[in-house]
Design a protein around this ligand. Structure first.
Ligand code: NAP
Length: 458
């Protein structure tokens, strides 16, 4: 039999998930010496993961990275296999019959919970739902958000919380010519929200958002930022943290917040209130969220490792809608070990572990490997590390019995699964771009797989 990775028998890798880490892994495989066939699976008919379904519509520049992914997809030996759910349409075990290695880059698709009373009341939402809804993600198209109240509360101070709160704070004119879903634009046009409260459990020196994101809040067309100068008083540990060379972002955030706190009286239609050292302890209301009870916190611990601790003092904040944006978690796939506590696939350097032992041929990269942290570019070195592990294992990988993508696609088709190729995606892409033209939008995304597949049948 020919050697794995030779021209006669390329190394066959199934990448499960077509977001940034999937594409960076594919790129690293193509750059390596062995001949490779990379088949990239996605449960949606569309590629690009969070770049399509997560990045905010008003941050179009971030989406330019898609051009890089398109170049990777044009490599010899690349195939996109969209609209196929690994673990449902094809089991991991079955997939291994067609691939020498399976690399999971399926991200962190669900949210962490606060675990407080009232969390599941109507009007209490996750950031994931809202982001998916305004980005026309098929899973979230049917959600509805009641924007008829005057106050929205967003818990968490990471960049996802910034996206959610900024979309609530912007005028429709600021969003109109983006790729935001038409249903979201209509709902936001009718929004009566006047105040958005961004609530952090720790202080202004620990906020996780990045400086461009917080700066943007000071530049909105019809919304003023509000920061209470008293909230910017730092304990000695926080002051020391800001002087750490590794905390330049935090220091810049703090300067921006300080500038907000010196602005005169707000004059715009909406207020964006940055709040610190508060944690929600309960949501209350008659049949839906009407208020959140927030406990005041104090910071405990040494500089660089300060935690929020409740003081017992509470305040009540009335609100018509509530979002939690406190981080994501991965979802288990049958046949792959799962770390329930961290919401990732347990791994060492990308090799998936059963207990302490690597499972031959199973790998992970991106958020399902390390948890939901970092920006898009962080996934590149992460994916490179996992690909290095695959290449190191090349000599010991068990060659799959059916090294044939066509055979897999036939098996899928015969069980009624319609796989979408990259060519097919290009047709869907072109149709979305056309649909966006009348409204001056870069695209109007389809909301269902059925609509997308109908384009291919035309
Ligand atoms: P994140 O950056 O980890 O922020 C999570 C936030 O939730 C933190 O403020 C955290 O506070 C808070 N939190 C966690 N548990 C909490 C609890 N029980 N109660 C109250 N607050 C709680 O996560 P993310 O915003 O989901 O973003 C995920 C990653 O995507 C980040 O690396 C982010 O930078 C990236 N991202 C980037 C962009 C961009 O570049 N524009 C856009 C979106 C996302 P503590 O700090 O106290 O833990």
């Amino acid at each position: 039999m020919s050697e794995l990775g030779s021209a006669a028998r390329p190394l066959r890798v199934a990448i499960v998930g077509s977001g940034p880490s999937g594409f960076y892994a594919a790129e690293a495989l193509f750059k390596a010496e062995p001949a490779v066939q990379v088949d990239m699976f996605d449960r949606l008919p569309t590629p690009f993961g969070l770049v399509r379904g997560g990045v905010a519509p008003d941050h179009a520049k971030i989406k330019n990275v898609i051009k890089v992914y398109e170049r990777i997809a044009a490599s010899d030996g690349f195939a996109f296999v969209g609209n196929v759910t690994v673990g449902r349409d094809v089991s991991v075990d079955r997939l291994r019959g067609f691939y020498d290695a399976v690399l999971f880059t399926c991200g962190a698709e669900t949210d962490r919970k606060l675990g407080i009373p009232g969390e599941d009341l109507p009007g209490s939402h996750t950031a994931t739902e809202f982001v998916g809804w305004y980005n026309a993600h098929p899973d979230y198209r049917d959600r509805s958000f009641d924007l008829s109240g005057e106050v929205a509360v967003v818990i968490g101070q990471g960049n996802v919380a910034m996206d959610v709160s900024r979309i609530l704070a912007k005028t429709v004119d600021e969003l109109r010519e983006t790729d935001i879903a038409a249903h979201a634009l209509d709902a936001l046009a009718a929004s009566r929200i006047k105040e958005i409260h961004l609530v952090g459990r720790r202080g202004p020196a620990q906020a996780k958002f990045t400086p461009p994101e917080i700066k943007e809040i000071g530049e909105l067309a019809d919304c003023d930022p509000v920061v209470n100068p008293a909230d910017l008083e730092l304990n000695p540990e926080s002051a020391a943290e800001l002087e750490e060379p590794g905390n330049k972002h935090n220091k810049r955030n703090y300067e921006i917040l300080r500038e907000f706190s010196t602005r005169g009286l707000p004059s715009k239609a909406r207020l964006y209130v940055c709040r610190f050292l508060e944690s929600p302890v309960a949501l209350e209301g008659e049949g839906r969220v009407e208020r959140v009870i927030l406990e005041k916190n104090a910071l405990r611990g040494e500089a660089g490792n300060q935690r929020a601790q409740g003081t017992g003092e509470t305040v009540v904040q009335d609100c018509g809608i509530f979002f939690r944006s406190i981080g994501y978690r991965g979802i288990a796939i049958p046949g792959v070990p799962f770390d329930e506590r961290r919401g990732i696939f347990p791994n060492r350097g990308g090799r998936i572990l059963e207990g302490e032992t690597p499972l031959p041929g199973l790998y992970a990269a991106g958020w399902i490997k390390r948890g939901p942290s970092g920006v898009i570019g962080t996934n590149k070195p992460d994916a490179v590390e996992t690909v290095a592990a695959i290449l190191e294992d090349l000599g010991s990988l068990e060659p799959c019995p059916t090294p044939d993508t066509g055979a897999l696609l036939e098996a899928l088709a015969s069980s009624g699964v319609r796989a979408v190729s990259f060519e097919d995606w290009r047709a869907i892409d072109a149709a979305e771009i056309d649909r966006g033209k009348p409204a001056g939008k870069p695209r109007e995304k389809f909301l269902t797989a059925e609509e997308m597949l109908a384009i291919l049948d035309r």
